[in-house]
Design a protein around this ligand. Sequence first.
Ligand code: ADP
Length: 893
Amino acid sequence: MKPKQLFSQLFDRRRDADERIFSLVSATAMVTLLTTMGIGSILLKKPEFLLSGGVSALVFGIIVLLSLRFHKASLGGIVIASLMIVLMIPANFFHFGGIAGGAPLWFTNYLLYVALIIKGKFRNFFAVLGVAVFAACTVLTILKPEWVRTYSDKERSYIIIASAAAVGFMVFAMVGFCMYILREKIEHSEEQAKEIAELNAAQNRFFSSMSHEIRTPINTIIGLNEMILREDTSPEIREDAENIQAASKMLLQTINDILDMSKFESGEMELTNSAYRTGDMLSDIVGMLWIRAREKNLEFRVDIAPDLPEELSGDEVRIKQILINVLNNGIKYTEKGSVTLQIQCERQEGNRVKMTYIVTDTGIGIKKENIPYLFTAFKRVDEEKNRYIEGTGLGLSIVKQLVDLMKGTISVNSVYTKGTTFVIELPQTIVSNAPIGEMRASRKNLSVEKKEYRQSFEAPEANVLVVDDTAANLMVVKKLLRDTKVRLTTASSGAEALEKTLDTAFHVILMDHMMPEMDGIECMHRIRAQAGGRSNEAKIIALTANAGGDMKANYAHEGFDGYLLKPVSGNDLERELIHALPPDLVHITNNDSTILEESVAWISDHQKKIPIAVTTESLADVPKSLAEKYGIAIISNKIITKDGLFRDGIDLDTRGLINYLQDNMDSDSVKDRAPDVPEYQEFFAQALDHANHVIHIAISRKVSKRGFKAANEAAEVFDNVTIFESCNLSAGQGLMAIEASRMAKEGKTVEEILAALEILRNRVTTTFVAGNIDYLVRAKLISAGLGNIVKSLMINPVLKVKNGMLKPSRVCIGSREKVWKKFIKATFDTLVPIDRSELFIAHVGLTHQELETIKKLVGQYVQFKVIYCKEVSTTIAVNCGDGSFGFIFKRTV
Ligand code: ADP
């Protein structure tokens, strides 16, 4: 090997690192040896030095080349170390003046060589051998001083200087190169880790898009197949259609399982914990599996301990998945007898509880030797026997990984041919400790007759819009809902949907997510915020092929009112619509309700109160859709006029009031009045009918002393009503109520919610520009004289909530357009960090066009994710007048 070749190999990343270090270290040793000996022989005039150095270097060189040639670097290292310690070190020791010469340095160098080149147990051996040889040499110099060659002081200095330089250079080269290789390796492994992460992400993207793409055509297959099943066809066609249905469902299950496995493999599987009602979760599971057991004429028993906490926090979707999988296996692998689900709990420290789910079947059982392989992916045990039972062997592997993720345990007991018991223990957090109560269900050998399809409801006056870019999907929904007689409109893009919602008030909108140009989420937000749109308040349900345990929660978080996964069945669609449509439009036609509802009935008696309800007042200006979504109960303020007393938002809307005031501008008799103590008491009592605790978000006491006082006095008679002063009014107050409800739904405690509201209270900006000075004069906020001056100068005051009071903060002068621009610039062109998630525009009598202009102007400074436009309550309108509007948003500090 030529020196150039050797050098290029040193920096060749593809070569083995040990070989590279061996080559470098050995080459350095050879060069140093030759140079030192050469210089030594000249300075000390001793040619034999050069000779011995040359011979040593030659021997080393031959060994190195042979080792590299045969890829035996470690053997080469051992041979060189042996030569060094047996021959070179002792010869060097006695030849160059013993302990007082350069020997200690060369010995140190030998140890470094051993540490860097020799691996495993040989390393320690050569280190010990080295120390022993060095000690022996030192002892020998004492016993036999004549064996040590002597030098003059000058010569010894030369020897020490030369040794120090040579050893120093070698240490530098050896350690430096090893560090270089180490850094190279770290870099390489970092690159590899990055590549793996990218690969994983690509694989995940592939699986989720594959799942999405496969779901879309299956939606058509299952949907149209359902239409065939609904028809009165021949038994043969019916059987074929049933087989198509079963095969499609099997395909779907496999897609779901593969998606989950890929998430586990890439480490992206995460739990989404939230509060859930134990009874509801169990009724869903029972409803789904009971029918399958019935189809196989198996008895399905459910035995639930009455002391289970009624509300828990955990990943409900994944717990359902675990139990459905194990119960499904029980049914699948049992030919006769029963499948039983038993649930018990053990309360632990704090608010923790250990839930135990026991699934027992009287099926084929599992051989003892197969039990260790049950949880292995793609492994189906006893394949010969199970040949005709569908399955991929993925189910239990996913179950086990989910249980592990939840820090639970799963164990199996089985007697071959007699039956199997799975015991699953999962730790959960208690949200409401009240016991769930008595629940037992046992359905025995009920035979299943194929029922003819009959639509579960009719709603000929209901307006439903379906938005989907795939024509086949639109057709499927249209056909599946045909018999319900709903007025169905279709839109094949977000833009088309927006056109239709502008003119038509839809009750429900079924929205696809993945659409080109404008996706379903953006479209939903734009429909909600569409100024002058007629479907602002529509219930919007995501109807998507995006599957995954956390999707339902994600869509709810985005603001959807429901989530339907494609492929969707007629039953799913009807069930979702029954809940989403206004009840007065729905005529139930199929009262021998579905099996699901039948099985749920035994649990619904035990429906309990929710832990926390949030209430507020009508002047909190919570948009109706949000109040409904978050279940916020609202007590109405009243407007007193000389023609009578009207409830805000119920008997009198803002438009009506403005018209009335235009005719009665100078009338002093129009006043707003907060509810009194008995009214508040009745309101709180009603809220407590379905909640354990009420948090009432009250108006700032500085704005309405009377209302705030009455609410507090009323709350005194209840133990569980907390009044929270919002220090705000209008949508600022509403925003706090919405936030409180969001937290209550997430299972937060009263204390946690109040603590968060304390912080939020100081982060809400509420600012209004008055549109009509006459109202401020009428409300006695400014005097009549000042009002005239202000009007003639075209001055518009801007009011802002500060320390719980609405105070004038600045004035904007000029035409209406100019005033708006100045007001918007002053509000949003600031360094104050704004939370961009939502903006509320509260206004009095602005048109669709005007609101769009305002939104555009705001958009020049801040892009909000959602903008809610809401006409203010009559109480607020009485005081600020036509043409006023304000902005309410959160700041992040
Ligand atoms: P599969 O899709 O095959 O059902 P699973 O992972 O759910 O995959 O189960 C793995 C194997 O464990 C099954 O193929 C079956 O042999 C066995 N098994 C699971 N549950 C039971 C049960 N309750 N009774 C008998 N065998 C079972």
